[in-house]
Design a protein around this ligand. Structure first.
Ligand code: ADQ
Length: 473
């Protein structure tokens, strides 16, 4: 079996326990342990004139290699191009997009630095799996240095439609970079359609049935790999929470009231101001729910060094304060807003107690919280998922109440419908969603991507076929 090499910006340390590390980190670690492998990423440290070689250590069958970056390059790469340009672009927030040539150059320099440090650690038959928008140019840089082995890329966030994507000044260079991968994985068929339409209509690429793409003299495959969760672990955590101290404290604090829950990183893509407004609208337009329902929004801080995120935090504090000021009673606070992380078991207990899961991003690649909420429910008395139609998960979780996150009144109406839905309908909708969550797990996703990357080049045919240097007829 070929060795697996994973590249991602953040590397979950082997000491990080499964209860704390995300499902993705745990699944990648398992895939690496199974076949032996290397996990390569940023050390989290910066240093002027950083060393060319990463710090390397082993844990079991996994080798970790962590690279230190120059502080200015790291800023240009992470806060600059990755999160100041690509993140807003891919989430359709052109008003928040900044593009600076210096950031684009810093982004490329970091990818070059990564490639130079990674190359000496690679063997020709390794399978290299690169994660996310921080590293789109990595394959091109590795190819420049002579690596010819298989390289795959998975894009965890949406791929925007061509009209939006064209706003990126470096649009053609970035997709040219993608074409150095053998396999490009996106979350949904919509994302695949968006990328393929751009390739065929804007840069004269060729698309063969099955998603094989020809661009200049290169061939690669583009396909959808909707990411899942570790459903079993969530089911088990949620079941174990029953009767435990945390569940008891939660129940006591709710004093028999219904609970609606939201769990999102504090990010402008997650639609938090709209969600708060919709909850306020629910209490205003459906006064029968006053004093009967509490909403808990868990929103751990993220990228808090970036100005847009600081502004969002202030906006939410104001909105949350206004809702509580308007509706709270001396014995009921409508909105509980928490900026801290929790263990997976605690989240599972909160999800299970909630009659409504409110997941209303303005755009989201997939949204794992939607799937976690489903997995944590009691099958006999499940809650209802109110889900944005613009989350990738909406393609799969057909039993949800789909909403438009720009429609505040529509979201309030969906919350009301969820809070009053008969048990039988709740069960049917939950079953539909759970079938999907149980079938398409994170393990299945990981295995499928690795299997397809392993065999992907076989599909391209021998050199000199219709995809050779010449334009196919
Ligand atoms: P994110 O934008 O981070 O991921 P999401 O898919 O919802 O969004 O994953 C968040 C994860 O963080 C979930 O597993 C959740 O349980 C966890 N989490 C959130 N709040 C927490 C808290 N307070 N304490 C502990 N854990 C918390 C990006 C893309 C998504 C895509 C994923 C995976 O933006 O669209 O689904 O990658 O590909």
């Amino acid at each position: 079996m070929a060795r697996l090499v994973i590249v991602s910006n953040r590397v979950a340390s082997p000491k990080e326990r499964a209860a704390k590390a995300g499902g993705l980190a745990v699944a990648l670690r398992e895939a690496l342990s199974e076949r032996g492998g290397l996990w390569f990423g940023w050390s989290g440290e910066t240093e002027v004139n950083p060393p060319d070689a990463p710090k390397v250590f082993r844990s079991g069958r996994v080798t970790y290699a962590l690279l230190t970056l120059d502080p200015e390059d790291q800023r240009a790469h992470y806060a600059g191009y990755a999160n100041g340009t690509l993140w807003p672009l891919c989430h359709y927030r052109l008003g928040l997009l900044t593009f600076r040539r210096a950031d684009w150059e810093g982004y490329r320099r970091v990818n070059e630095h990564f490639a130079r440090a990674l190359l000496p650690l690679l063997k020709p038959d390794d399978i290299v799996w690169v994660h996310d928008y921080h590293f789109i140019p990595l394959a091109a840089e590795l190819r420049k240095l002579g690596f010819t082995g298989r390289i795959g890329y998975f894009h965890h966030i949406p791929w925007p439609t061509p009209e939006v994507y064209l706003s990126l000044p470096s649009h053609a260079a970035l997709v040219d970079d993608l074409s150095h991968y053998d396999l490009v994985g996106l979350q949904t068929e919509n994302d695949v359609r968006a990328l393929l339409t751009y390739i065929s209509s804007e840069i004269h690429g060729w698309i063969a049935p099955g998603g094989t793409v020809g661009l200049k003299d290169r061939r690669f495959r583009v396909a959808a790999y909707p990411i899942g969760i570790d459903a079993e672990a969530f089911v088990s955590d949620a079941q174990k929470s029953v009767g435990k101290d945390e569940e008891r404290r939660l129940n006591e604090s709710l004093a028999g009231r219904m609970l609606a829950v939201g769990v999102d990183r504090l990010d402008y893509s997650k639609g938090l101001p709209g969600k708060f407004a919709a909850f306020g609208e629910l209490l205003r337009s459906y006064p029968e729910h006053r004093s009967k329902v509490t909403m808990m929004q868990v929103a751990p801080l993220s990228r808090s060094e970036v100005a847009e995120y600081q502004a969002l935090r202030r906006e939410l504090e104001e909105l949350g304060g206004a809702i509580n000021g308007e509706f709270a009673e001396f014995d009921w606070v409508p909105l509980r807003y928490l900026n801290r992380p929790f263990q997976r078991a605690t989240l599972a207990a909160i999800y299970r107690r909630a009659l409504v899961g409110v997941v209303t991003p303005l755009r989201d690649g997939m949204n794992l919280v939607a799937k976690e909420y489903i997995a944590a429910q009691d099958p006999e008395d499940p809650g209802v998922l109110v889900l944005s139609r613009f989350a990738g998960a909406a393609d799969e979780l057909k039993g949800s109440l789909l909403v438009n996150p720009y429609d505040i009144e529509g979201m309030a109406a969906a919350m009301d419908r969820a809070l009053t839905m008969p048990l039988e309908e709740r069960r049917q909708r939950w079953r539909t969603n759970m079938d999907n969550v149980e079938t398409n797990t994170i393990h299945h996703w990981c295995q499928r991507f690795i299997d397809e990357l392993t065999n992907v080049t076989d599909q391209f045919g021998p050199p000199g076929d219709q995809w050779g240097n010449a334009r196919p007829q």
